[in-house]
Design a protein around this ligand. Structure first.
Ligand SMILES: Nc1nc2c(ncn2[C@@H]2O[C@H](COP(=O)(O)OP(=O)(O)OP(=O)(O)O)[C@@H](O)[C@H]2O)c(=O)[nH]1
Length: 354
């Protein structure tokens, strides 16, 4: 696998894009660290620092292994944990035996921790690192140098930590913006295939059956025409919050079109999803929305079938929704299930009204 592939070609969803960039960072970090450290093996060997030379050999071998795993297996060798450990040990040991010549490597090592480890882990590791370097400096250098090293290394860690924290927040915010609909806060279509595929996998592997509900407001165009787009927007916002109130924590709510929503209900059979869909329609029609707007919705329910792809599953639900609309709206239609997906006691395969 080419670790750059995820960002050279367009990633299919924002989560994959972030993973692609993380892989690139890990890949480049190990590559350039290898280029910088490999010549030092010879230097330390010639100076008879055999232990340090072997540690550096280990460092280089780990870099090669990480690069190879990323390229050919698309995963991290030992989860990328060996680089930070070896970098810190080498920097501390090298400073102990080589003085200032070893100290200079402490700064890139401190920065690398923040690129390779989760923020909390990197911060804790760096505290241990700075304290270790301070102890070595105290024993090895004059007092003025000890203070300089402690503060300059501590400040370097602080700056990189702030930078890593901001990048992490920015990444989380961009992912949120890319995966949710700004009007309603529901998930958008970018996650749709992943979420449905995860349910399909649960069905195929563990026989755990999920269902989806498609829900579409009836005659929404007339709301916009009569009360304006702003009122229409507020109806959509209130609708999503009413839907959310009825859902379980594991359920996922998508806005997949203008006034069309999709709910994914893990571990829920068609019969139970049908009950939920009917309740949802009741919560929509029972109380008026903003500006006393009275509205209804139509819904369809489809349980995932064995061997089905997500697009076939969604298509079955789509057909059933069309059926609910055609039969007069404000009702639930169950997508017909294939014979092999039916539990023995269940013969309810027909389209049913709310
Ligand atoms: N206010 C608002 N309107 C939207 C938004 N997205 C889509 N729409 C409107 O939703 C309406 C959808 O109209 P149709 O597809 O004809 O559906 P409908 O009027 O609900 O009719 P049925 O679905 O057949 O019951 C269109 O007028 C769109 O302009 C949005 O974000 N905000």
């Amino acid at each position: 696998m080419n670790p750059l592939a995820a960002t050279n070609s367009l990633a299919t969803n924002p989560t994959l894009a972030v993973l692609g960039f993380k892989r690139q960072i890990v890949y480049h970090l190990h590559f350039w660290a290898f280029v910088a450290v490999a010549p030092l093996v010879m230097v330390q060997w010639r100076q008879d620092n055999l232990l340090l030379a072997w540690l550096l050999v280990l460092f280089c071998l780990n870099a090669v292994a990480v690069i190879a795993f990323l390229r050919f297996r698309s995963r991290y060798f030992l989860q990328g944990r060996l680089f930070p450990i070896l970098a810190v040990v080498c920097a501390v040991y090298s400073t102990t035996i080589n003085g200032h010549a070893g100290l200079y490597w402490a700064y890139p090592a401190a920065a690398a921790l923040f690129f390779l480890l989760p923020l909390r882990e990197a911060t804790l590791s760096n505290i241990v690192f700075v304290v270790s370097m301070s102890v070595v400096s105290f024993m090895r250098f004059p007092e003025a140098d000890f203070w300089r090293i402690t503060f300059s290394l501590g400040l370097t860690c602080l700056f990189v930590m702030i930078f890593a924290w901001l990048v992490g927040r920015l990444q989380a915010e961009l992912t949120r913006l890319a995966t949710t609909d700004p009007l309603t806060g529901c998930l958008n279509r970018s996650q749709l295939a992943d979420v449905l595929n995860a349910q399909i996998e649960m069905r195929e592997r563990y026989e755990r059956v999920s269902s989806l509900i498609l829900l579409d407001l009836d005659y929404f165009k007339t709301i916009n025409d009569q009360w304006g787009h702003l009122a229409g927007d507020r109806v959509l916002q209130e609708l999503s919050s009413r839907l959310r109130k009825r859902l379980r924590e594991n359920d996922r709510l998508f806005r997949i079109g203008g006034e069309e929503f999709m709910l994914v209900l893990p571990e829920t059979r068609q019969k139970d999803a049908d009950t939920v869909a009917r309740e949802l329609l009741r919560t929509i029609s029972a109380r008026p929305f903003v500006e006393s707007i009275q509205i209804t919705a139509s819904a369809s329910v489809a349980e995932v079938g064995k061997g089905e792809t997500w697009s076939v599953w969604l298509n079955r639900a789509d057909q059933a929704l069309y059926e609910a609309k055609a039969r007069g709206r404000n009702q639930v239609a169950s997508a017909p299930r294939r014979q092999e997906d039916l539990p023995p006691e269940d013969t309810d395969t027909l389209v049913t009204d709310a």
